[in-house]
Design a protein around this ligand. Structure first.
Ligand code: PLP
Length: 400
């Protein structure tokens, strides 16, 4: 059977199996427990810590988007990441990139006892292999390789096939944190990755009203291990949060498509703007990972990072913008701006990967008009330059 287009899946999915009333919006099963028809065996649902119909509807939609048989949702992205990283046992090693979400680094270096986390340059590849990863794997003991591509916040790109080829040859599992792209743009399992996970707090839910995490894998044994541990620990996504996530997911495609068009316009404009010393966006011709990214993802995403001529001017830009909220998180309908060095990555312990530069500003582009966002950034950056006309920005966008 031909694969149904994800746009159709998102628009039509969500009805619960065996709903006698055929509700068009998935019912919210806000219940802790379910009455059983017998006292010596369980029906399909018995207790929400284990399973819940609303959560199951969100999970089956997410699994379909990722191309996995099943998915698990968690109370937050960090709950999902912690669960997966604990596949590594004391004495094992986790190898990860040099640019990684701050909370993930904190967990790796402070809370994963007995496991050594080592940061290697995953972004550099040669002949379809990853030499820095191969060298680290040669030391033995590596259970997991953790990748963010594009990474948060520097937006470095890593070739997933090269990492998988190198890691699998040494018997290590590859885990991708795909929060920055969502499965709308990138489906890591299609490139050989073993586990795809996300903070669904970001683009997947898309409205900044829920914290959630998701894990998808085609590895049955791994799925069973994670699912049993989630039931034992009780960190699954609550029903109402699952319902909000389902509601956000319905518009995932249109949100991402629209916001990334704007992100490209903003990135191109920033590149030409005095006072901006570097722009990182995987859709720009100047991005060193552009071709690799285009080969494994369907779009460059909604995050744009840039540097100014110093920490003080970066702070001023953030505080002067009117149409960007100064806030952590990203992927919502309204745009936000942050300095990862002081915000999302402030908790990175010493000894972890080098922190983001203090003048690196990260934008999350939402659904406002490109023209309004550019005008706002222009005013915040100071020293006026001529704004591109609407015709100029539109023709610039269509070159891609
Ligand atoms: C936000 C984020 C997380 C953590 O997710 P929470 O839902 O905040 O727990 C993990 N990875 C990346 C890349 C993130 O941006």
């Amino acid at each position: 059977m031909t694969r149904v287009d994800p746009a159709t899946v998102l628009a039509r999915h969500g009805a619960l199996a065996e709903d006698p009333h055929a509700a068009t919006s998935p019912p919210l099963y806000q219940t802790a427990t379910f009455g059983q028809s017998r006292a010596d065996a369980f029906d399909a649902f018995d207790y929400t810590r284990t399973d819940n119909p609303t959560r199951a509807a969100a999970e089956s939609l997410l699994a379909e988007l990722e191309g996995a048989p099943r998915a698990l949702t968690y109370a937050s992205g960090m709950a999902a990441i912690a669960s997966v990283l604990r596949i590594a046992r004391p004495g094992d090693r986790v190898l990860c990139g040099r640019d990684l979400y701050g909370g993930t680094q904190r967990f790796l270096h402070r809370h994963l006892e007995g496991v050594e986390a080592r940061h290697v340059d995953l972004a550099r590849t040669e002949d379809g292999r990853c030499p820095a990863l191969a060298a680290a794997l040669a030391d033995g003991g590596a259970r997991l390789v953790l990748v963010e591509t594009p990474s948060n916040p520097r937006l470095d790109v890593t070739c997933l096939r090269s990492v998988c080829r190198t890691a699998h040859a040494a018997g290590a599992l590859v885990v991708v944190d795909g929060t920055a792209t969502t499965p709308w743009l990138q489906r890591p399992l299609e490139h050989g990755v073993d586990v795809a996970l996300h903070s669904a707090t970001k683009g997947l839910s898309g409205h900044g009203d829920v914290t959630a995490g998701v894990v998808a894998t085609r590895d049955e044994a791994l799925f069973e291990e994670l699912s049993a541990r989630r039931n034992a620990e009780g960190n699954a996504l609550a029903p109402f949060e699952a319902w909000l996530l389902l509601r956000g997911l319905r518009t995932l495609g249109v949100r991402v498509e629209r916001a990334q068009e704007t992100a490209l316009e903003v990135a191109r404009w920033l590149e030409a703007r005095a006072g901006v010393t570097e722009v990182r966006y995987p859709g720009l011709a100047s991005h060193p990972g552009r071709a690799v990214h285009a080969g494994q993802a369907d779009g460059a995403g909604v995050l744009v990072s840039f540097r100014t001529d110093g920490a003080e001017s970066a702070r001023r830009v953030c505080e002067a913008t009117q149409r960007f909220t100064t806030a952590v998180s990203f992927g919502g309908v309204s745009s936000s701006i942050s300095i990862p060095h002081h915000m999302s990555h402030a908790s990175v312990p010493p000894g972890a990967a080098p922190p983001p530069e203090p003048d690196l500003v990260r934008l999350s582009i939402g659904l406002e008009s490109a023209r309004d966002l550019i005008a706002d950034l222009d005013a915040a950056l100071g020293k006026p330059v001529r704004l591109p006309t609407r015709t100029e920005t539109l023709s610039a966008a269509s070159n891609c």
